[in-house]
Design a binder for this molecule. Structure first.
Ligand SMILES: [Zn+2]
Length: 400
């Protein structure tokens, strides 16, 4: 049955529209209807009264290792489902399972679990496939990736080790400057898998060669990459300058200074920057919570995930709603939503289906409370997933 969500405003594709009712039917947004707030009195179920809120497309996290005490590398579909069910609370409606540098059998188990979670019709945020981060990275820029499992780039090794699991890969982070890196870049690009340059020490020139071979994405820009210098603009400079590359950024004001994130948006335009969480098992866990990154101990400290041995950042402990809040502070909510929803959707080729509220898209959306600066409700396929409002008695669970 069709129902309407009466929104105070909706923001999509970088613009804001006041007083619109989203008409949802069979899991899709089928129309917008303007309404006159002075004339609208009672809103009856199954319609939803969201006049105090801004509707935004659900967020899509392209880089997520785990959360809420669960690790995608457990290789257990149940771990992925558990994360997917919690993510909706933070406004994430789709994500990529992100295996990291580890022994091949662990990577295989993680991808197999992701395949199962993607296809079993379970609830929570959608699993869109995998972002394989490593093992073909540069040991010089390993960051928190366990160095003992780093491998030289090799098409043959990837094919032998992953076989038909390659079809689950949507993004592969690799270091193209290593021997075999360009060949692997070309091979993945030909299969329609996005090559993301990351954990890389590539110079500017090496980055251009990787772009020529099909690289189109950069992993957590500025982190674990050769930094910009004026005589050595390097990978970071190429990310800033070259339109071919979409740029991930961890906008937690910790991995990236807000001014550096703003510089990235200014250089690339708001259409080519993508907020990612890089969240680990420590996401949503209290300070002092200890976990492992494939054999290396990490702990949540002041809201950050840090390696115990080195004190370095070990991925993050943040959620996408924080990325939205932080980027909105600089860019405004409409543009921040591009970075968190529209741009990741478009990068994966879902520009008309996800990350937008245009009629025809899936009804994956969030209701943002502009006063409290938080997400009050999340819908996937038009079905309410999570609500902070139940206690207020305002809300009607919508069904299709
Ligand atoms: Zn990562």
């Amino acid at each position: 049955m069709a129902f309407r969500i009466y929104c105070g405003a909706l923001a999509t594709d970088g613009r804001r529209y006041n007083h619109r009712a989203l008409v949802v039917d069979k899991g899709r947004i089928i129309a917008w209807e303007p309404y006159d707030p002075a004339r609208l009195t009672a809103i009856e179920p199954p319609d939803v009264d969201a006049r105090a809120y801004v509707a935004l497309p659900g967020m899509i996290d392209l880089h997520l290792h785990g959360g809420f005490g669960r690790d995608m590398m457990e290789g257990d579909p149940e771990a992925i489902r558990a994360v997917a069910q919690r993510l909706v609370q933070y406004g994430v409606t789709a994500f990529l399972v992100t295996p990291l540098t580890a022994p091949w059998d662990a990577i295989r188990n993680c991808i197999r679990a992701a395949r199962e979670a993607r296809t079993d019709g379970s609830t929570g945020a959608r699993v869109l496939g995998c972002h394989l981060e490593g093992p073909f990275i540069n040991p010089k820029r390993a960051g928190a990736q366990p160095p003992e499992y780093i491998r030289p780039p090799s098409v043959q090794e990837l094919e032998t080790e992953l076989g038909d699991l390659i079809s689950e890969l949507r993004i592969v982070t690799l270091a193209p400057e290593l021997e075999g890196g360009l060949e692997l870049t070309q091979y993945l690009a030909q299969q329609g898998i996005i090559v993301s340059i990351g954990h890389s020490d590539a110079t500017y020139e090496q980055t251009l060669r990787a772009i020529d071979c099909g690289a189109r994405h950069a992993t957590h820009t500025f982190n674990a990459m050769r930094p910009f210098q004026h005589r050595d603009p390097s990978l970071a400079g190429a990310v800033l300058l070259r339109d071919e590359l979409n740029a991930e950024v961890i906008w937690d004001n910790l991995h990236t200074h807000p001014a550096a994130a703003q510089l990235l948006v200014k250089a690339k335009g708001a259409e080519r920057v993508i907020c990612v969480s890089d969240g680990t098992t420590g996401v949503g866990m209290p300070d002092g919570y200890a976990f492992e990154l494939w054999g290396h101990r990490a702990v949540v400290q002041n809201g950050a995930a840090r390696m115990v041995e080195t004190g370095g950042l070990a991925g993050s402990a943040i959620t996408m709603d924080a990325c939205l809040r932080n980027s909105a502070e600089t860019l405004g909510l409409e543009i921040a939503s591009l970075l968190c929803a529209a741009n990741p959707a478009r990068a994966l080729g879902y520009g008309d289906e996800l990350g937008t509220l245009r009629p025809g898209a899936h009804a994956d959306l969030i209701l943002w409370n502009p006063d409290a600066q938080r997400i009050e409700q999340t819908y996937i396929e038009g079905v309410l997933q999570n609500s902070n409002l139940e206690t207020a008695g305002i809300i009607t669970p919508a069904t299709n």
